[in-house]
Design a protein around this ligand. Structure first.
Ligand code: GDP
Length: 316
């Protein structure tokens, strides 16, 4: 990849895609291609094929996806399975058909079995059953990864897949029903602080453990992979350490300045007990994360409050 490569970031308005764009711009890449959903509907196979035929793309970063937290996954399994299968089929096939040489497909650490040895290596894929809350999303993402492998095997492409751990950062989704835990906790504790509440609700038991990576570290990992020669297959991308949801909530309270208590809501699901990735395949290439969890939460909290001031409180 060079500074004149024509790089298409699919999903550039999302948290991951926007981080990729920021990183590419700051590293001097000159030919970045992005389309909003209104300009190009990735569920429309013909439109996607036409776009690839016209744009002469060198690199695709396939970060467009239907994503959401544990509740969204549980309540919209058809949307998660259908939309992700169609987006990835349309984009990966059109990339191949138009001769695009490089593609990075973005999956998730939730593709791995529910009870996996920890930390999770890429090889543990499909060795036992899924976590039920995100089975639809996991199956769609495994199909995307397998599609890349199949095109590589049958047609000699060199498409790779990355499996990031739980991500957070600017442009996260702060919706309390559909978002992920860190964004939700930032919003809840901030609102509780302003309203003078004595406690915030934390879903589940607080005992599940999760690993959190700032999305700017993810973007740096992807650029490192694109710069490396002869990389292939699947790469886990993680922070290297995990934390219980209870401890995460205390950390968020500390950063936000909320001094009330936590109220664990056992009517809500815990999800998988633990998902800590083994990212040694990637760190062996020289990459490592640089943003500590506390600093990353502080930066994300600043992004949240700025967004609230700009867009109005009710629209978070
Ligand atoms: P997951 O990693 O796929 O399970 O996705 P989430 O980020 O949605 O949830 C991670 C963990 O945080 C689960 O155990 C949730 O029950 C827990 N959790 C605690 N409070 C919240 C909350 O307010 N929102 C979400 N989404 N999860 C929460």
């Amino acid at each position: 990849m060079n500074k004149d490569s024509r790089i298409y970031v699919a999903g550039h308005n999302g948290m991951v895609g926007s981080a990729l764009l920021r990183r590419l711009v700051s590293h001097g890449y000159r030919h970045l291609i992005a389309r909003s959903r209104q300009e190009l509907d990735l569920l429309d196979q013909r439109a996607v094929s036409r776009f690839f035929a016209e744009e002469n793309i060198d690199v695709v970063l396939l970060a467009a996806a239907k994503v959401g937290g544990i509740n969204a996954n549980l309540t919209q399994p058809a949307s998660f399975l259908y939309e992700n299968l169609v987006i990835e089929s349309n984009v990966i096939h059109a990339a191949f058909a138009s001769g695009t040489p490089k593609l990075v497909f973005f999956g998730s650490s939730c593709i791995y079995p529910k009870y996996c040895p920890q930390p999770i290596k890429e090889d543990y894929l499909l060795t036992s059953g899924f976590e039920q809350t995100n089975e639809a999303y996991a199956i769609a993402k495994i199909a995307g990864l397998k599609l890349c492998e199949a095109y590589n095997r049958q047609h000699g492409t060199r498409y790779i897949s990355v499996m990031p751990t739980n991500l957070y950062g600017p442009n996260d989704n702060y919706d309390l029903q559909n978002g992920h835990v860190l964004a939700a906790l930032i919003r809840k504790t901030h609102e509780a602080k302003l309203a003078g509440l004595r406690s915030v609700s934390v879903w589940g038991s607080g005992s599940p453990r999760r690993e959190f990576l700032h999305v700017d570290d993810l973007a740096s990992a992807v650029l490192a992979l694109l710069d490396a020669d002869h990389v292939e297959g699947v790469f886990n991308i993680g922070y290297g350490r995990d934390i219980s949801i209870a401890d995460l909530a205390y950390l968020v309270c500390d950063v936000v300045g909320f001094s009330g208590s936590l109220d664990f809501d056992s009517s809500k699901p815990d999800g998988t007990p633990r998902k800590l990735l083994d990212a040694s395949k990637l760190t062996g290439l020289g990459w490592s994360p640089t943003i500590s969890l506390r600093d990353g939460i502080a930066a994300t909290y600043a992004d949240f409050t700025e967004k609230m001031q700009r867009t109005g409180y009710a629209s978070a």
